[in-house]
Design a protein around this ligand. Structure first.
Ligand SMILES: [Zn+2]
Length: 240
């Protein structure tokens, strides 16, 4: 006799990260349904539908799933494994971590981020070194881009600070200071420029009025497309 219901805990791998979910099978169900609440993602499905089909369906809906999880503030568990050969993003390029068994300064050579550690097994040490490198690159790149774009709006080049905010890429204050999220250094250069242009425009227009967007356009005409791309990629940049 077939069970009427069965529940199991599973994990699905999306490009942006692993998402745990509860799979509920039921003899009564006719269709596959995804539901998100404060406990996370639940997938209800009939017994006869294969796991492969269910996960294919989930992949199709991944943008929705991730958006909803974000909205519910369910934190996707930390699945980052710091190890030799792991893929990283830097200014929109995929780079690879290459761990060497002796101490040396961290350097990007082509697509390899070379990092030396005396203890190859220490993921925490790798994490510390790589994140510090990201922050240094971010500070340099962001300051350069702010200095390059500020003259287009006739504003005094503001001071740039790095932020560690979980949910926003940039902010500015009345003292003419701009804060940019160091994680943005993973993004494509045009996405960085869009955020820079956005914050610079706030030095003139403090709101998001039409006048604000016209100001953004003066130094970054393609903002609609790039903003959308940044929104789609946001989760990939937030894995650390
Ligand atoms: Zn804004």
């Amino acid at each position: 006799m077939q069970m009427k219901t069965a529940t199991e805990s599973r994990v699905i791998r999306f490009a942006a990260g692993d998402v745990p979910y509860t799979l509920k099978r039921s003899a009564r169900r006719r269709t596959v349904a995804l539901q998100i609440d404060s406990h996370g993602l639940t997938v209800s499905a009939p017994f006869r539908v294969s796991l492969r089909w269910i996960e294919g369906f989930m992949h199709e809906k991944s943008a929705w799933v991730l958006g909803q999880l974000d909205a519910m503030r369910c934190k996707v568990p930390d699945i980052v494994r710091w190890r030799d050969g792991m893929d990283l993003l830097f200014l929109g390029r995929q780079i690879r971590l290459a761990v060497l068994p002796w101490s040396r300064p961290i350097t990007l050579k082509g697509n390899l981020l070379l990092v030396g550690v005396d203890d190859m097994t220490s993921g925490a040490k790798l994490e510390r070194l790589v994140l510090a490198w990201y922050r240094r690159q971010a500070a340099d790149h962001f300051r350069g881009r702010v200095a390059a774009l500020a003259p287009g709006l006739d504003v005094v080049t503001p001071h740039v600070f790095l932020s560690d905010a979980q949910t926003r890429w940039g902010s500015c204050n009345g003292m003419g200071e701009i804060r940019l999220n160091w994680r943005l250094i993973q993004a494509h250069p045009e996405q960085v420029d869009y955020v820079v242009a956005h914050e610079l425009a706030h030095l003139i227009e403090l709101n998001h009025s039409r006048a604000f967007w016209r100001t953004v356009e003066r130094i970054f005409p393609d903002h609609v497309r790039v903003r959308k791309a940044l929104r789609l990629a946001a989760r990939a940049y937030s894995r650390f």
